[in-house]
Design a protein around this ligand. Structure first.
Ligand code: TH1
Length: 833
């Protein structure tokens, strides 16, 4: 497009464009310019926070340039693009990550030092971008890092929540929630695109228009909300590519109602504005749990409609020739991150049929070839379904389309299994209850050409349980596995710089950061005593760093020489933090009963918990209270000589995880078999040389396969036993594990504060029929903990295990996962800048 300018203009542009900071001096100039102009400050009032802002802006300038170049090349090459639709992107902090991915950390670090600051302090000023609940949102963030690093022409689409996941404080042992107003100070990591505005409509009605023998539908009336784009640049590691996450923010179409304003009704004049802005105000704080709020459905449609419109413009604008619609799936792949964006399927069908006037079948062929769907959970309470009446109100045309799609779909099913009414009812997109519901997972399957689970076991289970009937109908080839992965850039290089350096030095290169399978060569150093010594020293310094953090935020001293035993993740019954703390009580009582000689054989342990409970999840909140009650008894009991400490770290988030993960000796991933689809923190811990105590569930199984029996502690019943065990609890008298019984009696006797507080929690094991099978796994859990303790006593062997863990984690890079998606689902190829 340069040709529209006269050559002398082009020349002038080139002459005047200033190269962005890439070395110490240019950075320092940029830093000072931003302090002076962007922040309107000077040497006399620049604090750590301003220094952070100035550094961030210097880096951002660089990112914008790369962002532009990447978009330009991707437009020119016109290769197939991937759009990753995710209602959550849990990015955490950006500065350190950008510095490392751009290779600027050392130069800029020197630069700020000379200007009177410490890079560490500057990095600590940034607030997390916490637009997600947990694993699902963080997975989206890791995938964006890999998409950028591997140079795929990809975009993410999400929602720019004004409030991210709430901040957690612990008051009297209970969780309290506080709003996460992360945009309080300006956010240098987003580029507001005030010119990119999409109208999104809700409500209204549908006109049926007959023209000769064709019928078309027109969606009219209703209210309009505007979606404004904010772009978040995502730099790849060691490449120039920088991709984009476009986040939508809602705003009213009119600023305010002038009529009402002039009539003196000032408050009512801004009503519409306030309602519209409400739409993207807050992230729903539930992980693995659907809460059927109308506002959530509105968020979903708002985001999906804006994103599709935007892709549309993108795809068509750069077309030299107007291509045929049939080529759309050759240009665009859309990945649905869980069922949250499923309405995109319906919206695309609507655009093609109602607006582009394509025939129904032709349109549907395009739609199904465009979409692919990732399922992340089998928990029944997490399955999204929306009442038909609500959807009819908000999206009258979409509900018609859904019923039509279902009709045509069920006609095919009927042909496949004539007369099998139950089969039909089970497959139907509509649940025939009162009121009726739209089953979003069914819609997502029917509207996609591929469906995938997120770890081997999970992908097998969805084929055998929740989607069994679909496998029978479609055949097994539509269903695939894509085992999750994590980015080694953030989760090793950035979070654990000392280990990263030791690895690079040992291997003699940094290529492992782009090809994680190269870690395998570390195995050759496992018998090198000096290497082991350094490996242990790195772990120890990471434990000191965590101990310092715990002292800072909680004012508790923990011994960095103790075994650090960690469980950090969302608090959920299926994840069984309850079992962990019951085990802690057992261990505590055990120590208390020991003679001083026996005590000497006990490995000192710090049991660390962290995680948020959904604000409305009463039982999960009680688990937090129990952990803190146990902690306050144990931590002040001088009789046990510091052999045990219990810590609940408040406000667990991405940047806290970056401190915790490198410091763990053992971490717990102890979900009831078959309930944790994958888990991704398990990968982070093992990559950092932490061992796992885990159940035969999710990605634990594949980690076990990779690192071998000797380097992991697995226990508990298997997924295929769960049904029978639950049946037994429901219909027979099951005698409780005696150790568990003793622990419960201890809680009930008031050892950890008023017993009645914990009654509802204990009832989940008794009246609740122990749905998550804590009593069935408790014995083997305690046995496994004993093995952990014994193994930890042998420092040399433990170090070997730790090294072998890291060495064998190649498979779990998100690069591997993204390549698998690109090759077998999207059909996209890299385009390097
Ligand atoms: C999680 C799964 O629980 C976890 O096992 C998996 O590793 C992760 O996704 C990434 O695949 C899920 N998070 C959510 C969040 C919501 C709804 C469903 C799931 S499943 C809001």
């Amino acid at each position: 497009e340069l040709s529209k300018w006269r050559p002398e203009v082009v020349e002038l542009w080139e002459k005047c464009s200033v190269p962005e900071a890439i070395d110490k001096e240019t950075f320092q100039k940029s830093f000072i310019r931003h302090v002076n102009t962007t922040l309107a400050r000077s040497i006399y009032n620049v604090d750590n926070f301003s220094a952070y802002q100035a550094t961030a802006h210097a880096v951002r300038d660089r990112l914008i340039q790369r962002w532009n170049e990447t978009q330009q090349i991707h437009t020119e090459r016109d290769q197939k693009r991937v759009y990753y639709l995710s209602l959550e992107f849990l990015l955490g902090r950006s500065l350190d990550n950008a510095l490392l991915n751009l290779g600027l950390k050392d130069a800029f670090g020197e630069g700020v030092k000379e200007l009177g600051f410490k890079m560490e302090d500057i990095l600590g000023q940034e607030v997390d971008a916490a637009l997600g609940n947990g694993g699902l949102g963080r997975l989206a963030a890791c995938y964006m890092d890999s998409l950028a690093t591997l140079c795929y022409p990809a975009w993410g689409y999400g929602v720019r929540y004004t409030y991210g996941i709430f901040q957690q404080k612990i008051v009297d042992g209970y969780q309290d929630e506080f709003p996460d107003y992360w945009l309080n100070f300006d956010n240098p990591w987003e580029l507001p695109r005030v010119d990119i505005v999409v109208d999104v409509k809700f409500g209204g009605h549908v006109n049926k228009i007959t023209e000769g023998d064709t019928v078309r539908h027109e969606w009219v009336g209703g209210e309009t909300v505007q979606a404004v784009a904010y772009d978040v640049p995502i730099p790849g590691y060691g490449v120039k590519n920088c991709i984009n996450i476009r986040l939508w923010s809602s705003k009213p179409r009119r600023k305010f109602d002038l009529g009402k304003f002039n009539a003196g009704e000032y408050d009512q004049a801004v009503q519409e504005q306030m309602k519209a802005e409400f739409l993207t105000a807050v992230l729903y704080p539930n992980d693995n749990h659907m809460v059927g709020k109308e506002l959530r459905l509105k968020q979903q449609y708002f985001w999906v409609a804006a994103s599709l419109y935007d892709m549309w413009v993108e795809v068509r604008r750069f077309k030299k020739s107007q291509r045929d619609w049939n080529e759309f799936p050759d240009q665009v792949a859309i990945q649905l991150n869980d069922t949250h964006p499923t309405l995109a399927i319906v919206e695309l069908q609507r655009i093609l049929v109602d607006e582009e006037r394509l025939g129904w079948d032709e349109a549907w062929e395009i739609v199904t070839n465009t979409f692919a769907f990732t399922n992340h959970t089998v928990l029944p309470e997490a399955m999204e379904k929306w009442p038909v009446p609500t959807m009819s109100q908000l999206l009258p045309r979409h509900i018609q389309i859904i019923f039509d799609l279902n009709l045509f779909f069920l006609q095919k099913v009927e042909k496949f299994a004539p007369g099998d009414r139950d089969f039909l009812a089970r497959l139907s997109i509509i649940e025939e209850s009162t009121p009726q519901y739209v089953r979003m997972a069914h819609l997502a399957i029917v509207g996609s050409h591929r469906v995938n689970g997120v770890a081997k076991l999970h992908s097998k289970l969805i084929k055998e349980t929740i989607f069994k009937d679909f496998v029978r109908f479609y055949g097994p080839d539509k269903f695939e596995n894509k085992t999750n992965g994590i980015t080694p850039r953030r989760w090793l290089h950035q979070a654990n710089p000392k280990l990263s350096e030791l690895i690079s030095e040992t291997l003699g290169h940094k290529d492992w950061l782009k090809d994680l399978s190269l870690l395998k060569k570390l195995e050759e150093s496992v018998n090198d005593k000096e290497f082991r010594r350094r490996w242990i020293a790195v772990k120890h310094s990471n434990k000191v760093r965590l101990a310092d953090y715990i002292r800072d935020v909680m004012d508790i001293d923990v011994n960095p020489n103790a075994l650090f035993d960690v469980q950090v993740k969302r608090i959920h019954e299926y994840k069984r933090q309850f079992m962990n703390i019951l085990g802690v009580i057992h261990h505590y009582n055990n120590i208390k009963s020991m003679s001083p000689e026996k005590m000497r054989n006990v490995v000192p342990r710090v049991v660390i918990f962290g995680g948020k409970a959904a604000p409305g999840y009463y039982i999960a909140k009680l688990v937090i209270k129990l952990i803190n009650s146990v902690a306050s008894v144990v931590n002040k009991d001088t009789n046990i000589q510091d052999l045990l400490k219990v810590i609940f770290i408040p406000d667990y988030n991405v940047s806290v995880a970056e401190i915790i993960v490198p410091a763990s000796d053992i971490s717990q991933h102890i979900s009831t078999a078959g309930t944790e689809a994958s888990g991704t923190s398990n990968m982070k811990f093992v990559l950092n040389g932490g061992l796992i105590l885990g159940t035969v569930d999710g990605a634990n199984i594949e980690i076990h396969e990779e690192i071998g029996d000797d380097n992991i502690f697995m226990f508990g019943h298997l997924a295929e036993q769960v049904e029978d065990l639950r049946y037994a609890h429901r219909y027979r008298d099951v005698t409780m594990d005696p150790h568990l019984n003793a622990v419960i009696k201890d809680i009930e006797s008031g050892s950890f504060g008023e017993a009645r507080i914990f009654a509802p929690l204990i009832n989940t094991l008794t009246f609740g029929k122990d749905y998550y099978l804590i009593s069935d796994d408790f014995g083997s859990y305690l046995d496994a903990q004993k093995l952990v303790e014994e193994a930890y006593k042998n420092e040399k062997d433990w170090a070997k295990k730790s090294i072998l863990c890291t060495a064998n984690m190649g498979k779990f890079s998100s690069d591997r996962a993204i390549k698998e998606y690109a090759e077998s689902i999207w059909g996209t190829v890299p385009v390097e800048v």
